[in-house]
Design a binder for this molecule. Structure first.
Ligand code: BTN
Length: 245
């Protein structure tokens, strides 16, 4: 991975650039990095705060020939790789909130957005978008994000090398991806569970049919979260966001 690296000063979103690169034949492992994004995208239609030079705003092109419904597994794999990379380069107490937010002391430091294109029930390609708030300081966040977002610099008390972290991430991702393609989701699931700050904790989420509250119990083979509600019912959550209580 990362044999071909495209680096930009400013883009709307590295995701958009990566989609375009796929269309012009870019191979698996190509990465796009930008100093800043003017229209960084988050999950569920949200925007992603991507100020200049302070973070890692990266998109990685993947072309696994797996069924479309395995996509959530890749999302969880990305979170495992990123969490392990961050643990290697700085001393912070980091964990994964389902499905793929990375939290330090309950605040979000990194987010992952997977966008895909499929064909005949198989994935044609996936763009893994990785946002890491590396060297942002308190004043770099708009007021409304301060209570729920943090950065590696804030949490570790010093500047963190973005180059070192990108390298560590690519190595971890390569290792996890090879493991996944060879052995399937089972080993990734175990690693995810060990890094999770979600399992065995009370959570709440809203679905089309109302709120679900309960204890997050486990992951299933597809990456869905099983929740045990107060009346003992097991409910699966396939997508969306959860709130840790
Ligand atoms: C989320 O937590 O909502 C996901 C955030 C993903 C942000 C990254 S930054 C690089 C890539 N380009 C984007 O526009 N978004 C992703």
């Amino acid at each position: 991975l990362g044999q071909k690296v495209h680096i930009y000063d400013e883009v709307d979103s590295t995701q958009t650039i990566a989609h375009r690169l796929v269309a012009s034949g870019a191979p698996e492992g190509t990465i796009v990095l930008a100093e800043r994004q003017t229209a960084g995208r988050g999950r569920m239609g949200r925007s992603w705060h991507s100020p200049s030079g302070k973070g890692i705003w990266l998109s990685l092109i993947l072309t696994p020939r797996i069924p479309v419904y395995f996509m959530p597994q890749l999302t969880l794999l990305s979170a495992v790789a990123l969490c392990r990379a961050i643990q290697k380069v700085c001393q912070v107490d980091i964990g994964i909130k389902w499905p793929n937010d990375l939290l330090i002391h309950g605040k979000k430091v990194s987010g992952i957005l997977l966008e895909s294109s499929g064909e005949d029930e198989r994935l044609k390609y996936v763009i893994a978008g990785i946002g890491i708030s590396v060297n942002l300081l308190e004043e770099d966040y708009p007021e409304e994000l301060r209570a729920k977002a943090t950065s590696l610099a804030i949490e570790s008390g010093g500047e963190v090398s973005r180059e070192g972290l990108v390298q560590a991430f690519l190595l971890e991702f390569e290792e996890m991806y090879a493991l996944y393609l060879e052995k399937g989701f089972a080993p990734i699931r175990l690693l995810w569970e060990a890094l999770s700050v979600t399992l065995k904790r009370p959570i709440r989420t809203s679905t089309q049919s109302g709120f679900i509250e309960g204890i997050a119990d486990s992951l299933d083979d597809t990456g869905a979260l099983t929740v045990i509600t107060s009346d003992g019912e097991r409910v699966k959550i396939y997508s969306g966001d959860i709130e840790l209580k």
